[in-house]
Design a protein. Structure first.
Length: 277
Protein backbone atom coordinates (compact mmCIF):
# COMPACT_ATOMS: atom_id res chain seq x y z
CA UNK A 1 0.00 0.00 0.00
CA UNK A 2 2.84 2.39 0.75
CA UNK A 3 4.34 1.93 -2.69
CA UNK A 4 1.01 2.70 -4.41
CA UNK A 5 0.59 5.87 -2.32
CA UNK A 6 4.08 7.03 -3.27
CA UNK A 7 3.35 6.47 -6.97
CA UNK A 8 0.17 8.59 -6.83
CA UNK A 9 1.99 11.41 -5.03
CA UNK A 10 4.76 11.38 -7.60
CA UNK A 11 2.20 11.66 -10.42
CA UNK A 12 0.53 14.67 -8.78
CA UNK A 13 3.80 16.50 -8.17
CA UNK A 14 5.05 15.96 -11.72
CA UNK A 15 1.79 16.85 -13.48
CA UNK A 16 2.73 20.55 -13.73
CA UNK A 17 -0.76 21.75 -12.92
CA UNK A 18 -0.68 24.91 -10.74
CA UNK A 19 -4.18 26.28 -11.21
CA UNK A 20 -5.28 29.29 -13.23
CA UNK A 21 -2.45 31.52 -12.01
CA UNK A 22 0.12 30.13 -14.40
CA UNK A 23 -2.14 29.06 -17.21
CA UNK A 24 -0.55 31.60 -19.51
CA UNK A 25 -3.59 31.96 -21.75
CA UNK A 26 -3.50 35.27 -23.65
CA UNK A 27 -5.96 34.59 -26.41
CA UNK A 28 -5.23 33.91 -30.05
CA UNK A 29 -1.94 35.58 -30.92
CA UNK A 30 -2.75 36.27 -34.59
CA UNK A 31 -6.45 37.06 -34.31
CA UNK A 32 -5.99 40.84 -34.73
CA UNK A 33 -8.91 41.68 -32.45
CA UNK A 34 -8.40 45.03 -30.68
CA UNK A 35 -11.91 45.82 -29.40
CA UNK A 36 -14.49 48.31 -30.69
CA UNK A 37 -12.50 51.43 -29.81
CA UNK A 38 -13.98 54.97 -29.86
CA UNK A 39 -17.11 55.18 -32.00
CA UNK A 40 -18.01 58.23 -34.09
CA UNK A 41 -21.26 59.99 -33.24
CA UNK A 42 -22.96 60.77 -36.54
CA UNK A 43 -25.98 62.40 -34.91
CA UNK A 44 -26.51 66.13 -35.51
CA UNK A 45 -25.68 68.28 -32.51
CA UNK A 46 -28.66 70.33 -31.40
CA UNK A 47 -28.29 73.85 -30.04
CA UNK A 48 -29.99 75.28 -26.97
CA UNK A 49 -33.79 75.02 -26.93
CA UNK A 50 -35.71 77.97 -28.34
CA UNK A 51 -37.69 80.21 -26.03
CA UNK A 52 -41.47 80.54 -26.56
CA UNK A 53 -40.95 83.96 -28.18
CA UNK A 54 -38.35 82.54 -30.58
CA UNK A 55 -40.65 79.65 -31.42
CA UNK A 56 -43.49 82.07 -32.23
CA UNK A 57 -41.13 84.19 -34.34
CA UNK A 58 -39.96 81.11 -36.25
CA UNK A 59 -43.57 80.09 -36.85
CA UNK A 60 -44.34 83.62 -38.09
CA UNK A 61 -41.47 83.43 -40.60
CA UNK A 62 -42.76 80.11 -41.89
CA UNK A 63 -46.24 81.58 -42.18
CA UNK A 64 -44.91 84.54 -44.19
CA UNK A 65 -43.19 82.19 -46.66
CA UNK A 66 -46.50 80.37 -47.27
CA UNK A 67 -48.74 83.44 -47.09
CA UNK A 68 -50.95 84.45 -50.01
CA UNK A 69 -52.52 87.91 -49.54
CA UNK A 70 -56.29 88.15 -49.82
CA UNK A 71 -56.79 91.88 -49.20
CA UNK A 72 -55.82 94.94 -51.18
CA UNK A 73 -53.41 96.10 -48.49
CA UNK A 74 -51.72 92.70 -48.40
CA UNK A 75 -51.24 92.67 -52.18
CA UNK A 76 -49.67 96.13 -52.05
CA UNK A 77 -47.26 95.01 -49.34
CA UNK A 78 -46.22 91.88 -51.26
CA UNK A 79 -45.73 93.84 -54.49
CA UNK A 80 -43.43 96.33 -52.74
CA UNK A 81 -45.70 99.33 -53.15
CA UNK A 82 -45.87 99.69 -49.34
CA UNK A 83 -42.65 99.15 -47.39
CA UNK A 84 -43.33 100.55 -43.89
CA UNK A 85 -46.10 100.23 -41.32
CA UNK A 86 -46.58 104.00 -41.40
CA UNK A 87 -47.44 103.86 -45.09
CA UNK A 88 -49.80 100.94 -44.47
CA UNK A 89 -51.70 102.80 -41.72
CA UNK A 90 -51.76 106.02 -43.76
CA UNK A 91 -53.61 104.34 -46.64
CA UNK A 92 -56.76 104.00 -44.53
CA UNK A 93 -57.27 100.44 -45.71
CA UNK A 94 -58.37 97.94 -43.04
CA UNK A 95 -55.61 95.82 -41.54
CA UNK A 96 -57.08 92.29 -41.62
CA UNK A 97 -54.02 90.06 -42.10
CA UNK A 98 -51.41 89.58 -39.37
CA UNK A 99 -48.57 88.60 -41.78
CA UNK A 100 -48.62 92.19 -43.03
CA UNK A 101 -47.29 93.35 -39.66
CA UNK A 102 -44.76 90.49 -39.52
CA UNK A 103 -43.45 91.49 -42.93
CA UNK A 104 -43.27 95.26 -42.30
CA UNK A 105 -41.96 95.18 -38.70
CA UNK A 106 -39.08 92.74 -38.39
CA UNK A 107 -38.12 93.78 -34.84
CA UNK A 108 -41.59 93.37 -33.35
CA UNK A 109 -41.61 92.47 -29.64
CA UNK A 110 -44.34 90.41 -27.99
CA UNK A 111 -45.50 90.20 -24.39
CA UNK A 112 -48.17 88.02 -22.76
CA UNK A 113 -49.46 90.00 -19.78
CA UNK A 114 -52.36 87.85 -18.60
CA UNK A 115 -53.63 84.26 -18.83
CA UNK A 116 -56.58 83.29 -16.69
CA UNK A 117 -59.18 80.53 -16.72
CA UNK A 118 -62.84 81.29 -17.46
CA UNK A 119 -65.50 78.80 -16.41
CA UNK A 120 -69.07 78.67 -17.66
CA UNK A 121 -71.92 76.36 -16.74
CA UNK A 122 -73.95 74.91 -19.60
CA UNK A 123 -76.47 72.09 -20.10
CA UNK A 124 -73.64 69.67 -20.88
CA UNK A 125 -71.64 70.63 -17.78
CA UNK A 126 -68.90 73.04 -16.89
CA UNK A 127 -66.97 74.56 -19.79
CA UNK A 128 -63.40 75.76 -19.19
CA UNK A 129 -61.70 78.28 -21.46
CA UNK A 130 -58.58 80.44 -21.24
CA UNK A 131 -58.53 84.20 -21.80
CA UNK A 132 -55.18 85.59 -22.99
CA UNK A 133 -54.17 89.27 -23.19
CA UNK A 134 -51.09 90.25 -25.21
CA UNK A 135 -49.22 93.41 -26.22
CA UNK A 136 -46.99 93.88 -29.29
CA UNK A 137 -44.76 96.78 -30.24
CA UNK A 138 -41.40 97.74 -31.73
CA UNK A 139 -40.32 100.11 -28.93
CA UNK A 140 -40.35 103.01 -31.37
CA UNK A 141 -43.85 104.46 -31.66
CA UNK A 142 -45.92 101.41 -32.65
CA UNK A 143 -48.01 99.33 -30.20
CA UNK A 144 -51.01 96.99 -30.27
CA UNK A 145 -53.29 95.21 -27.78
CA UNK A 146 -55.18 91.94 -28.22
CA UNK A 147 -57.38 89.63 -26.15
CA UNK A 148 -58.74 86.22 -27.19
CA UNK A 149 -60.29 83.27 -25.35
CA UNK A 150 -59.96 79.62 -26.35
CA UNK A 151 -59.87 76.02 -25.15
CA UNK A 152 -56.08 75.53 -25.38
CA UNK A 153 -53.43 77.90 -24.10
CA UNK A 154 -50.80 77.82 -26.86
CA UNK A 155 -53.16 78.31 -29.85
CA UNK A 156 -54.97 81.02 -27.88
CA UNK A 157 -51.70 82.90 -27.33
CA UNK A 158 -51.03 82.83 -31.08
CA UNK A 159 -54.52 84.14 -31.83
CA UNK A 160 -54.19 86.88 -29.21
CA UNK A 161 -50.89 88.01 -30.73
CA UNK A 162 -52.50 88.12 -34.17
CA UNK A 163 -55.36 90.18 -32.73
CA UNK A 164 -52.86 92.61 -31.20
CA UNK A 165 -51.12 92.96 -34.57
CA UNK A 166 -54.42 93.81 -36.24
CA UNK A 167 -55.12 96.48 -33.57
CA UNK A 168 -51.74 98.15 -33.98
CA UNK A 169 -51.55 101.97 -33.79
CA UNK A 170 -49.00 104.77 -34.03
CA UNK A 171 -48.20 106.73 -30.87
CA UNK A 172 -47.33 110.41 -31.04
CA UNK A 173 -44.41 111.25 -28.75
CA UNK A 174 -42.72 114.45 -27.64
CA UNK A 175 -41.31 116.41 -24.72
CA UNK A 176 -44.52 117.79 -23.24
CA UNK A 177 -43.34 118.33 -19.66
CA UNK A 178 -42.94 121.95 -18.51
CA UNK A 179 -39.99 120.82 -16.38
CA UNK A 180 -37.70 120.21 -19.34
CA UNK A 181 -36.70 121.88 -22.58
CA UNK A 182 -35.01 118.92 -24.26
CA UNK A 183 -35.34 118.33 -27.97
CA UNK A 184 -35.52 114.55 -27.50
CA UNK A 185 -39.08 113.13 -27.66
CA UNK A 186 -38.73 111.08 -24.49
CA UNK A 187 -42.35 111.27 -23.31
CA UNK A 188 -45.82 112.23 -24.51
CA UNK A 189 -46.53 115.67 -26.00
CA UNK A 190 -49.54 116.32 -23.74
CA UNK A 191 -51.76 114.70 -21.13
CA UNK A 192 -54.10 111.95 -22.31
CA UNK A 193 -56.71 109.80 -20.57
CA UNK A 194 -58.62 106.60 -21.31
CA UNK A 195 -61.37 104.53 -19.73
CA UNK A 196 -62.57 100.93 -19.86
CA UNK A 197 -65.35 99.89 -17.51
CA UNK A 198 -64.66 101.42 -14.11
CA UNK A 199 -60.91 101.73 -14.77
CA UNK A 200 -59.66 105.20 -15.64
CA UNK A 201 -56.06 105.92 -16.60
CA UNK A 202 -54.45 109.32 -17.06
CA UNK A 203 -50.93 109.63 -18.51
CA UNK A 204 -48.91 112.81 -18.01
CA UNK A 205 -45.59 113.68 -19.70
CA UNK A 206 -42.50 113.64 -17.48
CA UNK A 207 -38.96 115.09 -17.80
CA UNK A 208 -35.99 112.85 -18.66
CA UNK A 209 -34.76 110.65 -15.83
CA UNK A 210 -38.12 110.08 -14.16
CA UNK A 211 -38.79 106.77 -15.87
CA UNK A 212 -42.16 105.06 -16.13
CA UNK A 213 -44.09 105.71 -12.93
CA UNK A 214 -46.87 103.11 -13.27
CA UNK A 215 -47.53 99.46 -12.54
CA UNK A 216 -45.94 96.53 -14.37
CA UNK A 217 -48.58 96.30 -17.12
CA UNK A 218 -48.30 100.04 -17.79
CA UNK A 219 -44.52 99.83 -17.95
CA UNK A 220 -44.68 97.04 -20.53
CA UNK A 221 -47.12 98.93 -22.75
CA UNK A 222 -45.31 102.27 -22.55
CA UNK A 223 -41.95 100.62 -23.14
CA UNK A 224 -43.20 98.80 -26.25
CA UNK A 225 -44.71 102.10 -27.43
CA UNK A 226 -41.34 103.86 -27.15
CA UNK A 227 -42.19 106.12 -24.19
CA UNK A 228 -39.29 106.50 -21.76
CA UNK A 229 -40.66 108.88 -19.09
CA UNK A 230 -44.26 109.30 -17.94
CA UNK A 231 -46.52 109.52 -14.91
CA UNK A 232 -49.79 107.60 -14.72
CA UNK A 233 -52.76 108.22 -12.42
CA UNK A 234 -55.49 105.62 -12.08
CA UNK A 235 -58.95 105.30 -10.56
CA UNK A 236 -61.42 102.44 -10.29
CA UNK A 237 -60.81 98.69 -10.38
CA UNK A 238 -57.22 98.76 -11.62
CA UNK A 239 -56.47 95.15 -10.60
CA UNK A 240 -58.36 93.89 -13.65
CA UNK A 241 -55.42 93.55 -16.02
CA UNK A 242 -57.29 93.76 -19.31
CA UNK A 243 -59.35 96.79 -18.25
CA UNK A 244 -56.22 98.63 -17.17
CA UNK A 245 -54.34 97.74 -20.37
CA UNK A 246 -57.32 98.69 -22.52
CA UNK A 247 -57.75 102.03 -20.74
CA UNK A 248 -54.06 102.86 -21.24
CA UNK A 249 -54.23 101.76 -24.88
CA UNK A 250 -57.17 104.10 -25.48
CA UNK A 251 -55.22 106.91 -23.85
CA UNK A 252 -52.24 106.31 -26.16
CA UNK A 253 -54.61 106.19 -29.12
CA UNK A 254 -55.71 109.75 -28.33
CA UNK A 255 -52.19 111.04 -28.94
CA UNK A 256 -52.69 110.57 -32.68
CA UNK A 257 -56.34 111.62 -32.86
CA UNK A 258 -56.08 114.89 -30.90
CA UNK A 259 -56.03 118.01 -33.04
CA UNK A 260 -52.97 120.20 -32.58
CA UNK A 261 -52.74 123.98 -32.33
CA UNK A 262 -50.53 125.90 -34.77
CA UNK A 263 -46.91 125.62 -33.71
CA UNK A 264 -47.59 123.02 -31.02
CA UNK A 265 -45.87 120.25 -32.96
CA UNK A 266 -42.59 122.14 -33.23
CA UNK A 267 -42.79 123.45 -29.65
CA UNK A 268 -43.04 119.97 -28.09
CA UNK A 269 -40.73 118.26 -30.63
CA UNK A 270 -43.45 115.81 -31.62
CA UNK A 271 -42.93 112.73 -33.73
CA UNK A 272 -45.50 110.21 -34.87
CA UNK A 273 -44.60 106.58 -35.19
CA UNK A 274 -41.02 105.54 -35.87
CA UNK A 275 -38.23 108.07 -35.52
CA UNK A 276 -36.88 109.26 -38.84
CA UNK A 277 -33.11 109.01 -39.11
Amino acid sequence: MSEEVKKTEDKNTNSGYKGNTNSGYKGKPNSGYKGKGPQKDNRQKRGPPLSPAQQRRKAAEERISKWTPKTELGRKVVSGEITTIQEALATGLPLREAPIVDLLITDLMEEVIDIHMVQKMSDSGRRVRFAVTTIVGNGDGVVGLGRVSGKLVRPTITKALDRAKLNIIEVRRGSGSWECSTAVPNSLPFEVAGRTGSTRVKIKPAPPGVGLVTNQVGQIMLKLAGVEDAWSFTRGQTQTIYNFASAMFKALEKTRSTKLLPGQKEFHNMIKGVKQE
